[in-house]
Design a protein around this ligand. Structure first.
Ligand SMILES: O=C(O)CCC(=O)C(=O)O
Ligand SMILES: [Fe+2]
Length: 233
């Protein structure tokens, strides 16, 4: 694996997408764990104001917080650690591992940045693993804006509109997507039975652990810890 090349591409574009990064067998096992979890806990955690204003319909699950170790092979993957180190440098840390579930017929996720972009050195790194194919049938493709991690705040505007130069990703089972938290991104509506993605978030040295508490949407800034719109845009 040419980590230097991947790290350069990441810093140029604000994302990279690598197919066949994780083993199929592991992906099938994790997909089953996720299905099993959400068949027991199908409910929304976000409040309805967030869902309607953000146009984001996703249910998070933090398996490590409840002692579920099935995702350790992702978090501890030596290739992923190597690549993360090349991108973030010495002293990077794991933040948390979050599985995201969207039901059939839901909107996906509107354009956003995971954290405020004003301070370029303060960001989260999304390390996204896909346990099933995302394609035209399933819907839920991930859309990113190349180079936008260097462009500051996403312009205010319509939450889901197509933007010039956007890139549409259709990650397959086992694909790794690494995405800078300041990169503008969104998820298309979900058409299949379900859509899962697993995000082993990391941070560079010296970054606050609550870096992802405030997310930036085209119509607001939202603080998750207090379930509050802190700025209308
Ligand atoms: O599920 C995805 O493809 C992207 C989700 C997302 O917005 C994120 O991980 O920050
Ligand atoms: Fe995001």
């Amino acid at each position: 694996m040419d980590v230097k090349k991947y790290a350069e591409a990441f810093w140029e574009d604000g994302f990279i997408c690598i197919e066949n990064f994780f083993h199929t067998l592991l992906m099938d096992q994790l997909n089953d764990s996720i299905l099993e979890h959400f068949s027991r806990h199908p409910n929304w955690i976000h409040n309805s104001q967030f869902i309607s204003k953000s146009e984001t319909e996703v249910v998070p699950w933090f398996p490590f917080r409840e002692g579920n170790k099935s995702f350790e092979p992702i978090e501890n993957d030596p290739k992923l650690e190597w690549l993360t180190h090349e991108i973030l440098g010495e002293g990077w840390e794991s933040l948390y591992l979050m599985v995201m579930f969207s039901k059939k017929g839901t909107k996906g996720q509107a354009w956003h940045q995971d954290c405020p972009p004003e301070e370029s050195s303060q960001f989260n790194l999304n390390r996204l693993c896909y346990t099933h194919d995302i394609n035209d049938t399933t819907g839920g493709k991930t859309i990113v804006m190349p180079g936008s991690h260097r462009k500051g705040i996403i312009p205010s505007g319509s939450p889901h509109e197509d933007l010039d130069n956007q890139v549409v990703l259709a990650p397959k089972k086992g694909t790794l997507v690494i995405l800078h938290g300041h990169t503008w991104h969104r998820v298309l509506p979900v058409k299949g039975a379900y859509r899962f993605s697993t995000n082993a978030r990391a941070i560079p040295k010296g970054t606050s652990e609550n870096i992802t508490d405030i997310a930036v949407y085209r119509n607001m800034r939202y603080r998750f810890s207090t379930s509050e719109v802190i700025e209308e845009r």
